[in-house]
Ligand binder design. Structure first.
Ligand code: SF4
Ligand code: SF4
Length: 177
């Protein structure tokens, strides 16, 4: 099976999976299960040579440069490259651990940006958010008391190009990084 066909089968299969429906309040209560898939399955459109050039100085944003400097190429994909983060590890129980948690880039600390995750079914944010009338909510506002989702261990990169990541990164500069 070619990689492109396998990806197509995966997308069709994903559409057949029942996605849990949650309210905004339930969304805000979701916490990371530390599966680690988002630190080990990072997808981007940039090739490793370009990532190295960005880390060397072509990327002007320091926070984003730090994120890119953690990427280790895993291999090419149909639409670009897959990376894993060199700062990622697992504890004795197999749970994901970020080696730079306290200073992790904002693209990681801001994840999932008050949105749902569609890339990894393992992710606890693989849900659909609906309001009391059943309308789908794309971006969940912070709670009235200002609290939001607990910071997870990683970034939702697989659905984003690195350019989109940069935008998200900048949009999250005022976050909890
Ligand atoms: S953010 Fe989601 S995908 Fe990443 S470790 Fe947590 S539950 Fe898993
Ligand atoms: S949270 Fe970010 S910096 Fe930490 S291991 Fe995951 S991808 Fe790397």
């Amino acid at each position: 099976m070619t990689e492109r066909f396998a990806a197509l089968v995966g997308r069709v299969a994903a559409q057949l999976v029942v996605i849990p429906v949650v309210s905004p309040e339930q969304y805000r209560a979701i916490t990371c299960n530390r599966c680690g898939v988002c630190c080990e399955d990072i997808r981007g459109t940039e090739e490793p040579d370009r990532v190295a050039a960005l880390v060397a100085g072509a990327e002007p944003n320091e926070d984003r440069r730090r994120f890119l400097s953690g990427l280790e190429p895993v291999g090419p994909t149909a639409g670009g490259w897959r990376y894993r983060c060199r700062h990622f590890g697992r504890d004795a129980e197999g749970l994901g651990v970020c080696g730079v948690w306290a200073t992790r880039p904002s693209v990681c600390s801001g994840f999932p940006y008050n949105r749902v995750v569609r890339t990894w079914r393992e992710c606890t944010w693989y849900v659909q958010v609906r309001d009391a009338e059943g309308r789908v909510i794309e971006v969940v506002d912070a709670a009235a008391d200002g609290s939001g989702p607990a910071p997870p261990v990683a970034a939702d990169l697989a659905v984003l190009t690195m350019g989109e990541l940069a935008e998200l990164n900048q949009a999250n500069q005022g976050g909890d990084a």
